[in-house]
Ligand binder design. Structure first.
Ligand code: MRU
Length: 362
């Protein structure tokens, strides 16, 4: 049985997402009936992870287009698409993938609207099929990321050797359309018979590691150990870690990377212990408009995530809290950025921008 965060029924235009706030105790799917529902499930983190946020956001729009096809003309359709997409972008600010997808779809809407060749109904069909294509492409991209990443890490391992990987947060099937990015690299090493062990952090305060990554690793029978976030230095010192691999919510052109809070301190610790530190992310996570990490908006979430556990208060009453959901790891701490088109040094991204203009999110 494969883990499925997103269920899409093309025939009926029906979208369901696995409620990740209830995992691992309860497996419950929520139906997303329109863009408003899409915004809510993203905002409440019932679906999370940069690629999954974008796919669910766009599919919620596809549901609306299928269920409510009544537009008077192409211009009205285009205007509606644009405002709905911009609304979806506002659900969570740090991950760039929804913004990248929105820009691409708005560009498509403008093109189809201005073209005499497409009727309104053809315009709708093209829109829906392009959104559906995101599901297939994301899984294919993740498999490429997994393959590139595994071979990159194995370059420094003796032919008969094995790898021991440390990862943070959840970057697997639950955070994507399937397979995962950093967890895709781990899956790929496992499939190659080259993975000895994985260490996953619990990822306080939201516990994506303990609740979701641990769940995926157990599900796939991948040898793994859960650690608290404050055990990373001890693990790097004593457990012969081959590489750290994490995901990304937004990579700036200079390679600075926003990812789950705690990533930055892991990168510093990896540097100190001479362990390579990789970011695994699809090209849609690279923000070619963002020159460096200084201006990436960092989402701050409710202090209740820190003060309570299962609705029970664990922090002293009256204490102030600061709960940034992400931090920015400077490019200088990153060994390589693993994408579906290859692995790059952070300094090479600027060249990738020039070479792959199709990926630039203008
Ligand atoms: O707050 P979340 O759970 O959405 O944060 C997720 C992460 O930070 C992931 O590492 C990132 O989105 C990459 S998912 C492939």
């Amino acid at each position: 049985m494969t883990l499925q965060a997103i269920k899409w029924d093309k025939m009926d235009g029906k979208l369901e997402i696995l409620d990740q706030t209830l995992l691992p105790a309860t497996t419950h799917y929520i139906q997303v009936k329109d863009v408003e529902d899409g915004w809510k499930v993203i905002h409440k983190m019932q679906v999370r992870g940069a690629p999954a946020i974008a796919i669910v956001g766009c599919l919620s729009l596809a549901v609306e287009i299928i269920q409510h096809p009544e537009y008077e003309h192409k211009t009205a359709f285009r205007q509606n698409i644009e405002s709905k997409l911009n609304y979806l972008v506002s659900a969570r600010p740090t991950a760039v993938n929804m913004k990248t997808a929105a820009n691409e779809l708005i560009k498509l809407a403008n093109f189809l609207c201005d073209s005499d060749i497409y009727t309104l109904s053809q315009m709708r069909d093209k829109f829906i099929s392009d959104i559906e294509e995101m599901l297939r492409k994301d899984v294919a991209d993740n498999k490429s990321i997994g393959n590139f990443g595994a071979h990159e890490i194995l370059r420094n391992v003796p032919k008969d050797g094995f790898t021991r990987i440390l990862t943070h947060c959840n970057t697997g099937s639950l955070a994507t359309a399937g397979y995962g990015t950093a967890l895709g690299v781990i899956r790929s090493l496992h499939e190659l018979g080259k993975l000895e062990h994985v260490y996953c952090t619990e990822t306080r305060p939201y516990n994506q590691g303990a609740r979701l990554t641990a769940y995926e690793l157990v599900h796939d029978k991948i040898p793994a150990t859960l650690i608290c976030d404050d055990m990373v230095a001890a693990v790097l010192k004593t457990k012969q870690i081959t590489a750290v691999v994490v995901g990304a919510d937004r990579v700036a052109v200079n390679g600075d990377t926003a990812n789950k809070i705690g990533t930055y301190q892991i990168a510093i610790l990896a540097k100190y212990h001479n362990v390579p530190f990789y970011v695994a992310a699809p090209m849609t996570s690279i923000d070619f408009q963002m020159p460096n990490g200084d201006n990436i908006i960092i989402e701050e979430r409710s202090e209740r995530e820190m003060t309570h556990m299962n609705d029970k208060r664990i922090a002293a009453e009256g204490i102030k809290c600061w709960n940034p959901s992400f931090d920015v790891t400077p490019a200088s701490l990153i060994t390589g950025i693993i994408t579906e088109i290859g692995t790059f040094k952070p300094s090479e991204l600027i060249r990738v921008k020039k070479d792959t203009s199709e990926y630039t999110n203008k």
